[in-house]
Write a protein that binds this ligand. Structure first.
Ligand SMILES: [Ca+2]
Ligand SMILES: [Ca+2]
Ligand SMILES: [Ca+2]
Length: 184
């Protein structure tokens, strides 16, 4: 049963990444995601924008190299779930793809340069990335583990890591994208 939670989260992620909604992931979908993320960086913040673009490209190359089992150049939902579990969440790949995006995203969202994300800075991510904002306040409270009213870099990283690695249905990080899919 525990693996089901991860499959549900990766299924939710797949639906979000499939920008044109055709039920397959292609290079275009991942580039579309990269542009959504890069758009959160302030004008002139080339460093974080290009870090996010590069990390999405790395992610796509991992999907293609390890997940495209039928060699179609497209990744199906089942191929995505499998390659996420077996390969992308492998520590060395997780760092260069997923956490590289998380680190640049955190810096891009921290518009006042405080080193922490206020609720307003955090919530801005939802609209811009096309995540339904209805659960953003609840998510913020869950992810703010020490309850000081702001997300530290460590709290943000831990939320992302829990979303991808935890099989615990109650993990706070599961809330990153709102409620997870109930069926895969
Ligand atoms: Ca697609
Ligand atoms: Ca801040
Ligand atoms: Ca905090």
């Amino acid at each position: 049963m525990t693996e089901d939670v991860k499959a549900q989260k990766f299924s939710t992620l797949f639906r979000w990444f499939d920008q044109n909604g055709d039920g397959l992931l292609t290079h275009d979908d991942l580039q579309g995601m990269a542009e959504l993320f890069a758009g959160l960086a302030r004008a002139g913040d080339k460093e974080n924008a290009s870090a996010m673009r590069n990390a999405f490209e790395t992610w796509w190359q991992l999907l293609l190299a390890h997940g495209d089992s039928d060699g179609s150049g497209q990744i199906s939902r089942q191929e995505f779930i499998t390659v996420m579990e077996t390969n992308v969440t492998d520590p060395r790949h997780f760092e260069e793809a997923v956490l590289a995006i998380a680190d640049a995203l955190m810096r891009a969202l921290d518009t006042d340069g405080s080193g922490m994300l206020s609720q307003a800075e955090y919530v801005r991510m939802y609209d811009a990335l096309g995540i339904p904002p209805v659960h953003s306040e609840a998510a913020f409270r869950l992810l703010d583990q020490d309850g000081d009213g702001a997300l530290s870099h460590a709290e943000f990283r831990s939320a992302i890591t829990e979303f991808y690695l935890s099989a615990d249905p109650k993990a706070a990080g599961n809330w990153l994208l709102g409620p997870i899919d109930q069926a895969t």
